[in-house]
Ligand binder design. Sequence first.
Ligand SMILES: Cc1cc2nc3c(=O)[nH]c(=O)nc-3n(C[C@H](O)[C@H](O)[C@H](O)COP(=O)(O)OP(=O)(O)OC[C@H]3O[C@@H](n4cnc5c(N)ncnc54)[C@H](O)[C@@H]3O)c2cc1C
Length: 392
Amino acid sequence: MNYQDICPHDSCTGCMACLSSCAHTAIVLTEDSLGFAYPKIDTSKCVGCGLCEAVCPANHPVSRLFPQKCYALAGPEGLLRDTASGGAATVLSRHVTGRGGVVYGCSGEDIRDVRHIRIQSVEEISRLQGSKYVQSKTEGIFREVRKDLSDGRKVLFIGTPCQIGGLRNYLRRDWDNLITVDLVCHGVPSQRLLNENIDNHKKRYPRLVEDSVAFRLKKDFDSPRARISYGFYFRPAPGEDLKSIRWYDDPFMLGFLGAATMRTSCYECPYAYNVRASDLTLSDFWGLGRDAGFKSGRGVSSVLVNTSRGAGFWQEVLSALPAGIGVRERKIQESITGNGQLMCPTRRYPSVDLFRSLYPQEGLKKAIFKSLRRKRLKARLLRYIKSLKKLL
Ligand SMILES: Cc1cc2nc3c(=O)[nH]c(=O)nc-3n(C[C@H](O)[C@H](O)[C@H](O)COP(=O)(O)OP(=O)(O)OC[C@H]3O[C@@H](n4cnc5c(N)ncnc54)[C@H](O)[C@@H]3O)c2cc1C
């Protein structure tokens, strides 16, 4: 087989615009040693039309804009319990599906096969809620988006910034009925690493309920000490309470938060800046001042409005906002300074290369605990000091 790169290998984000654009099934997916998918041209099938190279955002970057406005948003209690942050993605999805539109977003219903899906009713939104810290598959989804747009449906597409870049280039023109929403993104690990982590936990908990797996939790939700906590959460067996493994004791979460397991392109991500490729950008509002009056421990979303289409849509959402959802306009800089990936991509520390050299022989657990040994020790020490302080 003779396979050719579509863009420089290390710049490929895996957005799949090229795969979706090829009418000759001449794009094949190969996997690197960490399990990330890389599309390549199968030269035996290629007719040389050049479309795959033309739609690739690594070859032809999409335009990006500095935000016009910034808002803090937090849903009422019921919404905050179910959502990753302040629930902004759910609020936007409800607005669109409630008016006959369709929403595309990432579903983790099968946690071993996290992928983008299409929904068209308010009842289905729960399928998209929560952050899945893994690269979501988009194979075939851009074609469905184009079909909906051509049929005149209102479409809301939510994804990582590179997925928005891929979709925009794939579509090759602006559509008035499309709203794109990107998440501020720290980078993505691969599905293979996540599956290996689940398999490792299953050695100890063979009845582990896979659809209970989560990566962040709103702890002590009903108390003033409510906080978003990162870890690996799962039900060890049906009907049992959720088990939480602290982030630094779980190889997958340590690799994610220690930024050792990202796709290569994430370390040079062209989207991890304050200029954005989507109509709206959502993130956790980490830098939010107390004067905003939100209880940040249960999650507050930052909503950046980047384009005039985004501004029109956002005003529509605000004018029909259901009771109980708090929204305040804030300074744009407040959101940017609180969020590393609105300023620069995740740094490629030496631990990345160490992990990559160890992983093929040693597997996820050993390779991560060896390459992030110091980070883990530091986190454990801090935890110990904290618990001592509580005793005093
Ligand atoms: C890999 C990843 C890294 C992130 N890094 C940061 C960060 O560094 N800083 C920060 O402030 N926020 C980050 N976020 C965003 C944050 O965790 C929340 O997902 C976001 O604020 C939306 O919260 P919400 O309450 O509005 O979402 P909800 O209403 O709970 O809905 C979740 C939305 O997120 C989308 N989504 C979930 N997982 C994925 C995925 N893997 N790929 C694409 N879309 C997905 C779903 O389609 C859904 O629309 C990251 C998210 C992901 C998935």
